[in-house]
Ligand binder design. Structure first.
Ligand code: GUN
Length: 293
């Protein structure tokens, strides 16, 4: 079997079409959804992400605010900025780009974000609401994966979803979402991670394998069941002297071998990647809609 590709660009275009209509409806009621992004320091990867988020806002006709603060910013100064954004009615949603410089307590900053503006869905109150199945927002990357499954017509009810990785941003919320009642979920879920002794044995039983462990080409063909759906959340830069840049991006899955065994697979790049910003925009639109009522 050679797997069908699930492409983030195609799935996200469909969602952007729906978001454009919702943005128009908000504008007709006098509200332009506004998203702010706070970037502390000059991490080059973060700068790229933040720029992309701003560009997408503009493209969708949303109001975009980028706040760049120097890497010497104190925790107190950042918390003051967070309080300002909480109080600003023109900002419906915002996020503080991670990672933050070492001298800033990330948890304290996330705790200070008004949950109704927390488009990352990182605030403990939003994480809790997601866990009990009554979410205001869903975390962008797992929500993007779920949309890829649903919009590709992949049945999730009663299927065995194995999540590889237990990060707060992907693995844990992914597992929590797939075990909920309802469309695009209702799955039987197993989470495996770096301390799981028989990891390959478990991944081989997955109907749907979601990999977010951050290790290049960690999942090999022998770890995948024939006909499985394989979603690769990893983005790892590896050295490749044959490549013009001297390096290239690969996922957490050995794509060339696994695609011969899977029924569906997401490539890297071009798979899950474009979904994260898309679902972030969906959360920003939702935040504005909640204000309008
Ligand atoms: N850094 C890497 N991914 C993310 C994300 O989804 N949100 C924020 N705020 N920072 C990140």
């Amino acid at each position: 079997m050679t797997a069908k590709l699930i492409l983030g660009k195609e799935v996200s275009e469909e969602i952007y079409g729906e978001l454009r209509q919702r943005i128009e409806a908000l504008k007709a009621r006098g509200v332009t959804p506004g998203l702010a992004v706070v970037l502390v320091g000059d991490d080059p990867a973060s700068q790229v992400y933040v720029r992309k988020k701003g560009e997408m806002c503009e493209e969708l006709g949303m109001r975009s605010t980028t706040i760049v603060m120097p890497k010497e910013t104190t925790q107190e100064e950042l918390l003051r900025k967070v309080a300002e954004l909480n109080a600003d009615p023109s900002i419906h949603g915002y996020l503080v780009q991670l990672p933050l410089p070492d001298h800033i307590d990330e948890e304290a900053v996330i705790d200070a974000i008004d949950p109704s503006k927390d488009v990352d869905c990182f605030h403990p109150s939003n994480v809790g609401r997601m866990l009990i199945g009554d979410p205001d927002f869903l975390p962008a990357t797992p929500a993007g994966v779920q949309q890829m499954l649903v919009r590709s017509g992949i049945e999730t009810a009663g299927r065995h979803v194995v999540v590889v990785g237990r990060s707060n941003i992907v693995g844990k919320p992914m597992a929590a979402m797939m075990v909920q009642r309802g469309a695009g979920a209702d799955s039987t879920v197993t989470v495996v991670h770096s301390k799981t002794p028989n990891l390959a044995e478990i991944t081989s039983t997955a109907d749907i394998l979601v990999v977010a462990i951050g290790k290049p080409r960690f999942i090999t063909a022998d770890m995948v069941k024939e006909g499985a759906v394989v979603i690769d959340v990893g983005t790892n830069r590896i050295q490749d002297p044959t490549h013009p840049k001297g390096s290239r991006l690969v996922g957490d899955v050995d794509f060339d071998a696994v695609k011969e065994k899977a029924s569906y697979i997401t490539p890297v790049p071009g798979g899950v990647g474009p979904m994260t910003i898309c679902m972030l925009m969906a959360n920003a639109v939702r935040a504005a809609e909640r204000v309008v009522g």
